[in-house]
Design a protein around this ligand. Sequence first.
Ligand SMILES: [Zn+2]
Length: 414
Amino acid sequence: MPEGNVESKIGNVTGKLAPLGAASTPGNRVRIFDTTLRDGEQSPGCSMNTPEKLRMARQLEELGVDILEAGFPIASTGDFEAVRQVAQQAGDTITIAALARCAPADILRSAEALEPARHARIHVFLATSDIHLEHKLKIGRAEALERIGTAVRLARQHVEDVEFSCEDSTRTDRAFLCEAFQTAVQAGATTLNIPDTVGYTAPREYAEITALVRRAVGEGPILSVHCHDDLGLAVANSLAAVEAGARQIECTINGIGERAGNAALEEVVMALRVRHDLMPYTNGINTELLFPTSQLLSEIIGVPVQPNKAIVGRNAFAHEAGIHQDGVLKNALTYEIMTPQSVGVPTNMLVLGKHSGRHALLSRLEGLGYRIEAGQINDIYRRFSELADRKKVVVEDDLVRLMQHHEQSLPAGV
Ligand SMILES: [Zn+2]
């Protein structure tokens, strides 16, 4: 593959910052809060045991996530143990978070699990929409405010860094949503999360809600977003909220999570990087580890990534059509808005297919070290086309086999 000059045009817009404390001002730095091990793990077929969570946590730390939500300690002994061990192995550039309902037992269990962490956050949540209050919690609004205040104060007795979420924010009465967040701030919450728990909102509405909460609580607390992808809008909604003042995005690798999943970390990060001209925000993610991290998760949970998945899918950089491949070889900017290298896709993963042209085939063969004489091209291309017809997708190994056969068929001495 040729070296694209996309990256040099974009420049380095990421950069690792020191861990974030309660006093951080919003600025342009967006915190990446990974919940692969909590919201992601609780989705069907995505469960992980403790050694697997530890492996994933190490990778996420290397990737550069700011906050890693490791689990929901009250849920089970296994979850508690996993959070505790993730907290134990974590270094000092990452914050480990644990989830808790507005109940003393949950908060105490989270605090206990987080004890070994150098930077710990308790993430307290309570549903605030009328439908959840009436049918799930069976309490009124006054009782909800009472519980929020008590829970956040208790969490603050154990850690400095407390996040509060109004579950089902986007279906909560707006005035009450503001009141709930104001209560949490008065009790000591430092980050306020506005989850679109049911994946119901749309970008403009979500931006309006974020701006409304900002006005209600002032500049102090960091606003956070947590979007689900039921309508395929999780990433778009997250970015809209950032433009309206949110400075933390909750997301997961490969977008795994409840139902249709959460906002995909790799998509959020690359959108912010590639369109830095539109969205001038920074983050601490080492983008070259996006693909390896996606592959590791997929291997651990045994759930493959869909081939056309943005950023990390097998075909995300495939350029199979001959006219596209030819353009990319002449200048990557013709069809590439980012290079495969920038997200850590190894070039041997890039596929060829029956629509690939001679130029693309030759370039790949040369990349593998073959020197092709002009007189050989037609024969090699014919064999390649036959193979591509049969196999649909041709990878590096196939090309090596194809060339072995080609060499064997040449007259002796050539
Ligand atoms: Zn969620």
